[in-house]
Design a binder for this molecule. Structure first.
Ligand SMILES: Nc1ncnc2c1ncn2[C@@H]1O[C@H](COP(=O)(O)OP(=O)(O)OP(=O)(O)O)[C@@H](O)[C@H]1O
Length: 271
């Protein structure tokens, strides 16, 4: 089974904050999807967002990636206020996201899907990008290199030319994670990357998550319903319930938190 390893981590691990969520609220008509939520994520850690269905987890990820703008509160990324930034601006700062509902082009190959992920980030603009000249060409070559590294890292070599839509669901999820990872983000947001997977597939994805964090130094934010996976992978966890933060701490602290235990009573789950 997967387990936490900390071999070769640089000194100072966990001291620097990469993301600060300050009093975030998000309202949809009468629904408070997020209600004054505050927590922070340290650079280099695996951080999980958990909570019952409808608790506000995906809404929170949408606020971090810029798809939603919070009604109030602020989000700081490496000390910079990104609350009002557009999604592509956040991507260019080093934040990438893999979606819960796979956001790939089904008829295109694994390779082409991974290559496309970068286009939101190309610094050189549409025209030079289209002509493949100068800076665009250099960026294209560099990104191709990163795509190849991701194909090797996520063990996608055998299916690189396969249309994504013909792949089993577990592999499609892996390609979706790869699309985000090919951007070489400092902060990767993974929305239920193991949903619908069997135990063997979950174990493999857990290893990839540990490796992307250990080998690529990526800070990982994970939404996951399997609490066994969450407890074994995470450095810190924030727990949401009805949009409110009801817990924030280490896996051990979360397991002992009476509010968290109460929120999960009635769910078929053992913490
Ligand atoms: N675009 C939207 N418009 C209206 N209501 C929304 C929207 N997005 C989310 N909500 C509402 O906000 C609340 C939180 O939803 P959210 O999807 O963030 O929860 P979640 O914790 O990710 O749930 P799940 O585990 O089921 O994916 C829910 O009541 C949901 O119906």
């Amino acid at each position: 089974m997967y387990c936490r390893v900390r071999i070769g981590k640089k000194g100072g691990y966990g001291l620097e904050r990469i993301l600060e969520i300050e009093n975030i609220s998000l309202q949809f008509g009468g629904v408070k999807a997020l209600d004054n939520v505050t927590y922070h994520i340290n650079k280099g850690e695996i951080f999980s967002l958990i909570g019952p269905n409808g608790a506000g987890k995906t809404s929170m990820l949408n606020c971090i990636s810029g798809l939603y703008h919070p009604t109030s509160g602020s989000i700081l990324y490496k000390g910079k206020d990104i609350t009002k930034m557009k999604p592509y601006e956040r991507t260019s700062l080093g934040i990438a996201r893999a979606f819960q509902n796979i956001a790939l082009f089904a008829h295109m190959s694994v390779l082409d899907n991974l290559k496309l992920g970068k286009h939101s980030l190309m610094k050189s603009g549409v025209f030079s990008g289209g002509l493949y000249i100068g800076k665009a060409s250099k960026e294209e070559i560099e990104h191709r290199q990163k795509v190849e590294e991701v194909i090797e890292f996520l063990e996608l070599q055998d299916i690189r030319h396969t249309p994504v839509g013909t792949l089993p669901y577990g592999l499609q999820k892996r390609v979706e994670v790869g699309r985000a990872l090919a951007l070489r983000p400092e902060l990767i947001l993974l929305d239920e990357p193991m949903a619908g997977m069997n135990n063997a597939e979950k174990e493999l994805m857990s290893r990839f998550i540990l490796d992307m964090h250990e080998m690529m130094d990526t800070t990982v934010v994970l939404i996951e319903h399997d609490l066994g996976v969450v407890m074994s992978l995470s450095d810190h966890i924030a727990v949401l319930d009805f949009g409110k933060r009801i817990g924030f701490g280490t896996p051990k602290e979360i397991q002992q938190n009476p509010d968290v235990i109460k929120a999960y009573i009635g769910e078929e789950t053992v913490m």
